[in-house]
Design a protein around this ligand. Structure first.
Ligand code: ADP
Ligand code: MG
Length: 546
């Protein structure tokens, strides 16, 4: 039986992207790109008004055309950020769409079939806005986004296929993912058909690119030390060259004990030798930050009764630096394993895409389908997906449970002794609550006499640690209960927060005396449907290549 409707998993990485599918024998396979590599730099070169280059050549073009090359766009996902190239406006979504379009295009060349149904990966701690932006990027690229999956969950799904003997007992794993631009640690529980995130934490501004920057800085310092008064530091060209050399040296130092580099600028020269020891010293604090976050994750897991790990998975290209495994061994006593560090996420996403493809084809619990109807749907899905019916039944049983990535709450006011207002955020829905999160309610009281309306502002934790300071949170929605009969100060209001599997937040507020209520469904102020459609048409007009 041939697969007729393959589904794909796309790891849309900060620095490298990768696409995979499950082949007819049930094995996950990475579709190599146009130049035969398994991963493609997430770099876009807006070459002309109608042609863009994605990947290695785009990365190399950064030196010549820094203003036309976009990298690390994932760090901007979910933020308002307008970019213009050749007179055309762009957003983080549309730039990401160009990357997705190219990886889908080259996978199509590889499999000789159109790529349509996909699952795209996101860091586990991505908030609602970032997830929404990622989904939109997929749609702008003309793809049908079946679902998103947290990267560590994808890695765990892949790990499970490598290690699983069916019927084996539950296991707990820690995923340490250090990529090019992001870092996260996640505790995952595998138990029967369930894959459950216990807790997750991370820093989306910490990754291999920071190690590169340190090395590039070191190269520049060495050059300037030998060529005092040189204007090398002002040359965009020279700095780009150092950035590329720095990443190469860093990668080299994962296997070699020392690397050399010769620099030349404006008649001056310098020769640098960097040893692994010196490299590790230059970047020690960066690594220490990942261990701090790991410690925090372990503490949260311990508070939930999870303190034994069957395995520690190292994911992301940067875990190839020997200091990572060494540090985890020394600090935490772990015996970490490298499982396909740069491909595991895409491969696991491919598996999840298949699970999702099965699920959309079968009646849900709410449909109350008869056994015969279910059986027909199984046969049909098996036929469409090129799978055995038994396999379809098995995949349909898989449940992936994720958690609320960050805390959500409302803005509240307090008064100082001299009557000044002090605003802060009171979190109601806590980070790491399992999804779907049933409504959690909290009682608040009105702050002023004779209020005829109550404004409800919804805020999301912005940093990686929960803090009630407004500055550490982002406002993501608001609404007002109106038409109140001048209620007394201190009148109670119940506000509840709930979140579905897809991360859509629903806030319900009730003023108890009048029972007047307010329901806010947080649709992030990302792109509207018509903006997505517009961007889709604009992106469709580009010829994309590598
Ligand atoms: P992301 O998912 O963030 O896009 P990846 O998981 O693909 O990133 O990892 C990319 C990062 O891994 C880059 O910073 C790259 O320099 C780094 N990297 C790749 N290979 C090595 C290596 N051998 N040694 C050290 N770092 C590496
Ligand atoms: Mg990654």
């Amino acid at each position: 039986m041939a697969a007729q409707n393959r589904t794909y998993g796309i790891d849309l990485g900060t620095t490298y992207s990768c696409i995979a599918y499950v082949d007819d024998t049930g094995r996950p396979v990475v579709a190599k790109n146009a130049i035969g590599q398994e991963t493609t730099p997430s770099v876009v070169y807006m070459e002309t008004a109608d042609h863009v280059v994605v990947g290695q050549d785009a990365k190399s073009s950064a030196k010549l055309y820094p203003d036309l090359v976009v990298s690390l766009i994932k760090r901007q996902m979910g933020q308002k950020c307008d970019l213009t190239f050749h007179g055309t406006g762009h957003t983080p979504e549309s730039i990401s769409a160009l990357i997705l379009k190219e990886v889908a295009r080259s996978a199509a060349e590889h499999t000789h079939e159109e790529v349509r149904d996909v699952v795209i990966t996101v860091p586990a701690y991505f908030g609602v806005a970032e997830r929404e932006a990622t989904r939109n990027a997929g749609e702008i690229a003309g793809l049908n986004v079946l679902n998103l999956i947290p990267e560590p969950v994808a890695a765990a799904l892949h790990y499970e296929t490598l290690s699983a003997a069916p019927g084996r007992g539950p296991s707990t794993i820690l995923v340490y993912d250090l990529g090019g631009g992001t870092f996260d640690t996640t505790v995952i529980r595998l138990e029967g058909d369930d894959v459950r995130v216990v807790c997750t934490d991370g820093d989306h501004r910490l990754g291999g690119a920071d190690w590169d920057e340190r090395v590039a800085g070191h190269l520049l310092d060495s050059f300037l030390a030998e060529n005092p008064g040189s204007s090398a530091a002002e040359s965009e060209d020279f700095l780009q060259e150092l950035a590329i050399a720095a990443e190469d040296m860093k990668k080299g130092l994962s296997s070699a004990m020392s690397r050399r580099y010769n620099m030349r600028f404006d008649g001056g020269t310098a020769r640098v030798e960097l040893t692994r020891e010196r490299f590790e010293a230059l970047t020690e604090d960066l690594l220490a930050r990942t261990f701090e976050i790991t410690r925090r994750t372990l503490d949260v897991a311990a508070a939930q009764g999870v303190d034994r790990f069957d395995d520690v998975l190292l994911v992301g290209g940067s875990v190839r630096m020997p200091a990572v495994a060494e540090g985890l061994r020394q600090r935490f006593g772990f015996d970490p394993k490298l499982h396909d560090p740069d491909l595991a996420v895409a491969k696991g996403a491919a598996r999840f895409a298949l699970i999702e493809a099965v699920k959309v084809r079968l009646p849900g619990e709410a449909d109350a389908a008869s056994d015969a109807e279910v059986e027909r749907a199984v046969e049909q899905a098996a036929d469409q997906l090129g799978l055995e019916p038994e396999k379809v039944r098995m995949l349909a049983g898989r449940r992936v449970t994720t958690v609320v990535p960050r805390a959500f709450g409302v803005k509240v006011v307090d008064f100082t002794g001299d009557g000044r207002e002090v605003f802060s955020v009171s979190h109601v829905l806590k980070a790491n609550t399992a999804l779907p999160a049933d409504p959690v309610a909290e009682r608040f009281v009105t702050a002023y006499e004779n209020q005829t309306e109550i404004g409800v502002e919804i805020w999301e934790q912005a940093g990686s640690v929960e803090s009630d300071d407004l500055a550490d949170n982002a406002r993501i929605g608001e609404g007002t209960i109106t038409g109140l009969p001048r209620i007394r100060k201190g009148s109670p209001i119940d506000i509840s927060f709930a979140m579905d599997e897809l991360g859509t937040l629903t806030v319900h507020a009730v003023e108890l005396q009048t029972q007047k209520e307010l329901r806010i469904e947080v649709r992030i102020q990302g792109l509207s449907e018509s903006q997505v459609e517009q961007a889709r048409q604009a992106v469709a007009r580009y010829a994309v290549s590598q």
